[in-house]
Design a protein around this ligand. Structure first.
Ligand SMILES: *[C@@H]1O[C@H](CO)[C@@H](O)[C@H](O)[C@H]1NC(C)=O
Ligand SMILES: *[C@@H]1O[C@H](CO)[C@@H](O)[C@H](O)[C@H]1NC(C)=O
Length: 428
């Protein structure tokens, strides 16, 4: 009897254990289903409000076909271009950022990053003045939660635009508006100051970023954040920018004093050459020319920020033409600077420095295929048939893109980057 009772107890215990396991399994299943539902739900929310891929989806354009230069897909993209679909107004970004929770969830800012990325934060300086919707898409394409982003908007920008940018900065904790803003004048020193303002703010950020990259509103990335990080690590502390010996023509930009002329209005000021000769640059700085765009190490940016020589050089640059195009290119050649490029070293052209892929009309069909978008001031605004070339050329960013010229190339780049990013990050 005793043994029987013991036996019964045993069976009861077993039964109890068994049912506990069953309940436990059911619970786990329930939790996973709910999670799946949540993921599906968040995807549905994203579908409704995320308009990024709307045009290619609506018009049945497959980005893989565009990448493969399929004539039918390219034909569809041309047809879409002719229809000139309307571009969301700046107000729509103002609207979208009124509810930050909804904005972040619907636009998919919750990206996962790898450990390598986390250990190598980047800083961005975005100098923008119009098309808030496109700025948001650029920001989204380069966004990672551990990076830091400074946006400089133009003092001349519309109030809707500035409100939209402030909305973005309010919703994203690692995005801020530059503490000092300039009225950016074409060819003037204000363009350079806009970046310097951002860099100085970025240096005082708590985030110990390793490299700073500057972008404008018509740039778009051709590499994911993870890919950028591995390319930047390979630079081993050196900088990447264009720096070439100036032609006779370019020398005129700084041998004479330039005056900012405001013929029509103060907003249209333009530097005009005068007969007044300029002194040579201070501290024996030798002038090299390049572009306004850079990839700079934290050490180099720190040097630029604190050096009294740089301060003098900046003051000397004040009345030169388009100083942003010789400031960085010359400083990187100053002996002893962090990541110095020796003055005797060969020129580094825009095709060797992989920071920015720009297609100049006069070099088309010599150095690269013909522009399939349109030209503005001899620079190509890319079209869909350039997607493959853009992605395979090896540059990190492309310039220029415009939704009014071709929305398909932008949507397909976004798709490619998102898919590549998704493939890189293994789910936790
Ligand atoms: C902004 O939101 C309001 C209310 O949700 C809506 O009525 C309005 O059309 C929106 N404006 C734009 C430009 O999206
Ligand atoms: C994205 O671009 C890469 C080349 O950089 C290419 O190999 C890949 O197939 C593209 N993916 C899609 C989905 O278009």
């Amino acid at each position: 009897m005793k043994s029987c009772v013991r036996h019964l107890n045993h069976r009861r215990a077993l039964l109890y254990l068994f049912s506990s396991i069953l309940i436990f399994c059911a619970l786990i299943r329930y939790v996973t289903i709910t999670n799946d539902n949540n993921i599906i739900k968040s995807r549905q929310i994203r579908r409704q409000t995320d308009t990024r891929w709307r045009l290619t989806e609506q018009h049945g354009i497959n980005c893989v076909d565009i990448y493969n230069m399929d004539p039918v897909a390219l034909g569809k993209s041309l047809e879409l271009r002719r229809k000139a679909p309307p571009i969301p107004a700046d107000k729509s970004v103002v609207n979208a950022t009124l509810d930050c929770g909804q904005f972040l969830a619907s636009r998919g800012y919750n990206v996962r990053i790898s450990e390598q990325e986390r250990d190598f934060p980047l800083a961005f300086s975005l100098v923008v003045h119009k098309d808030a919707h496109m700025v948001e898409r650029l920001l989204h394409a380069i966004y990672a939660p551990h990076n830091i982003y400074c946006i400089h908007y133009d003092l001349k920008s519309s109030s809707d635009f500035t409100e939209a940018i402030r909305g973005l900065a309010r919703c994203l904790p690692n995005v801020f508006v530059a503490s000092r803003l300039e009225a950016v004048q074409y060819g003037g020193i204000s363009r350079l100051r806009a970046d310097l303002n951002c860099l100085s703010d970025l240096l005082s950020s708590e985030i110990r970023w390793r490299y700073a990259i500057n972008l404008c509103g018509q740039d778009f990335p051709l590499r994911s954040n993870a890919e950028l990080v591995s390319e930047l690590k390979a630079l081993k502390g050196t900088n990447m920018l264009e720096t070439i010996r100036p032609s006779k023509l370019k020398q005129q930009r700084y041998t004479n004093h330039f005056d900012l002329k405001d013929e029509q209005s103060q907003y249209r000021a333009f530097p005009v050459k005068t007969a007044q000769k300029k002194q040579p640059p201070p501290h024996d700085i030798e002038i090299f020319v390049g572009s306004a765009y850079f990839v700079l190490s934290r050490e180099f940016v720190t040097f630029v920020h604190w050096s009294p020589q740089v301060k003098d050089f900046l003051a000397w640059c004040e009345d030169t033409y388009s100083p942003d195009e010789h400031f960085w290119a010359s400083l990187i050649r100053v002996p002893g600077v962090p990541g110095e490029i020796k003055r005797s070293d060969p020129d580094i052209s825009d095709l060797m420095s992989r920071t920015r892929l720009v297609k100049w009309q006069y070099l088309e069909e010599k150095l690269y295929p013909k522009c399939t978008g349109v030209h503005v001031h001899s620079v190509c605004i890319y079209g869909a048939a350039e997607l493959r070339w853009l992605l395979n050329d090896g540059h990190w960013f492309g310039n220029k893109f415009d939704l009014k010229v071709d929305p398909v190339v932008i949507e397909c780049l976004e798709r490619n980057l998102t898919e590549r990013h998704g493939a890189k990050v293994t789910p936790q």
